[in-house]
Design a protein around this ligand. Structure first.
Ligand code: XMP
Length: 516
């Protein structure tokens, strides 16, 4: 494999993902792993990620020099680059000028790692420490105002480093650099694509679950559908999907999911109506994290109850369901504070919202992947476009789109407004242009309106259309005014308690996509 060594970067998984995009297999390992252990994995190449530390400060993670003497091609990125330079005896110190964001970069030699690079290009940087002189044996390939050595290589030892982040989209030549490193510098061929990920996961799933019964929490979204299809490919009828109607679904959703999914996959499905149970537990709660935790726990309790039915139907009395499949993706893990040192932004229902005493072992075959990779796998598995290209809808559903307490009346109102917005966006042909469009009810906010010559005092509806690649960052979608006008008119006409429709024109960051 190609090993991506994580120094506590925001972007370590992104590097692994870019390697996969270059059709090469990669594994992420922590920087705390001893070098001997890394080398025992017989890596074809190693990439050292960025990280928040300053390499010359006490306690900063260092790289053992042995790593550079093993004859394995190594690419250091940002902190990884500095750590490499430091280990090999270069002068690494505070930069005269910190560089954050888009940085003009001067290429001194378009050779080796930078083969074919234009002389002057923008890269994306984030550093306050600089490599002042290259270590012995290295040639300097590029510099910037704040980084005297912004890229370096020693082709005889196959060691390479860049100060910038080639893994982010804001570095236009970034993917090319990663591909040059993998294919030219390290001489690796293409060995990884959606079908290899499937094969690999199928083998791992079989090994993990053996002949046990398995259930999958199916939401109807692409993530859980792909996870289910993958597990089904691995273990067939040992899998039963459980679809929970928690009363927080959109209009027509339960029927549609049941129909589309069963039709497309033929996987056994049990539908459970747990809406009373969820709504009772959520009564009086308006704090977002509290809502998320309650919903996360209720899901698990519902699966626990459903397991009896699963066992009976499988004719496996006396046994238990040991495993629960979830369609957790990497961004869910990071935002729930599950990344290495990452902050908890919100507890996704299937990660940070899980109760502590969960009895199932989790099977999460998509946990290191991003949404577009999951879509590619779904297509490869033969799932239809209606499932693969479904817009994301959060597990906690409309529960986190009512700002304030959740009640049946508020849910009905939001369901109507949401159905109108979805219908009009589809009619306008915008489904693939926008990533998703949460429709949010500001239930505790009231404003004065005039409807049918009468004063009204109703709540506003927020439209939150966003475009995104992976939900880690997003921009608000520029929906044509006439489509917005139609949605607004229809919502205020057809939902009498709504007297105002507003547009959320904030990117992520600083906002998140959902309001809670
Ligand atoms: P945020 O609001 O964090 O959303 O910018 C990023 C993406 O994740 C979805 N989302 C969730 N999905 N369980 C899910 O399955 C959750 O608890 C959850 N919270 C947010 C959100 O719709 C967006 O696509």
């Amino acid at each position: 494999p190609v090993l991506v060594v994580d120094f506590g970067a925001q972007y370590a998984q992104l590097i692994a993902r870019r390697v996969r995009e270059a059709n090469v297999y990669s594994e992420l390992v922590p920087h705390s792993m001893p070098v001997d252990e890394m080398l025992a994995k017989d890596p074809q190449a190693i990439i050292l990620s960025g990280g928040p530390a300053s390499v010359f400060e006490p306690g900063a993670p260092r790289v053992d020099k042995k790593l550079f003497e093993a004859g394995v091609p190594v690419l250091g990125i940002c902190y990884g680059f500095q750590a490499m330079a430091y280990a090999l005896g270069a002068n690494v110190d505070k930069a005269a000028l910190g560089e954050y964001g888009k940085t003009e970069t001067f290429i001194d030699k378009s050779e080796g790692l930078l083969d074919g690079s234009p002389a002057d290009q923008n890269t994306w940087m984030s550093h306050g420490v600089a490599v002042k002189t290259a270590p012995e044996g290295f040639e300097v390939l590029a510099h910037t105002e704040g980084a005297p050595v912004a890229a370096m290589q020693d082709e005889s030892r196959k060691l390479y480093g860049v100060q910038w982040h080639p893994e982010v989209k804001h570095t236009p030549m970034g993917q090319q650099l990663i591909e040059t490193f993998l294919h030219k510098c390290a001489g690796l061929g293409n060995n990884w694509d959606a079908s290899s990920i499937i094969e690999d996961q199928v083998a791992k799933i079989r090994e993990k679950v053996g002949d046990a019964q398995v259930i999958c929490g199916l939401s109807g979204g692409v993530d859980s559908a792909v996870a289910a299809a993958l597990v089904h490919k691995a273990i067939g009828d040992q899998l039963t999907c459980v679809f929970v109607d928690h009363g927080l679904l959109r209009k027509g959703e339960a029927e549609q999911v049941k129909h589309d999914f069963v039709e497309a996959t033929g996987i056994k499905l049990i539908a459970v109506d747990a809406s009373e149970d969820f709504l009772t537990a959520l009564k009086g709660v308006s704090e977002p994290e509290k809502k998320r935790k309650i919903i996360g726990e209720k899901f698990i309790r519902t699966f626990e109850k459903a397991q009896r039915q699963v066992i009976e139907e499988a004719g496996a009395s006396g046994k238990e369901v040991k495993f629960l499949v979830q369609g957790t993706l990497y961004p869910d893990v990071v935002e729930s504070g599950g990344g290495d040192g990452a902050a908890n932004i919100k507890s996704h229902h299937n990660v940070g919202g899980l109760p502590d005493d969960i009895k199932f072992q989790l099977v999460e075959p998509l946990r290191t992947l991003f949404k577009d990779e999951v879509r590619a796998i779904g297509t490869e598995l033969g799932l239809p476009d209606e499932i693969v290209w479904r817009q994301p809808f959060p597990g906690p559903g409309l529960g986190i789109r009512i700002i304030g307490e959740i009640t049946k009346e508020r849910l009905d109102l939001l369901r109507e407004a949401d159905a109108i917005a979805r219908e009009e966006l589809s009619k306008a042909g915008l489904d693939r242009d926008i990533w998703q469009c949460p429709v949010v009810l500001l239930a505790d906010v009231h404003s004065v309106g005039v409807q049918g010559d009468e004063r009204t005092y109703g709540s506003p509806i927020v439209l939150r259309p966003v475009s995104s690649e992976d939900a880690m960052t997003a921009d608000w979608s520029r929906i044509p005014y006439d489509v917005l006008a139609t949605i607004s008119t229809r919502i205020t006409n057809e939902c009498r308690q709504i007297n105002r429709v507003v547009l959320d024109c904030t990117s992520k960051p600083p906002a998140t996509i959902e309001w809670e």
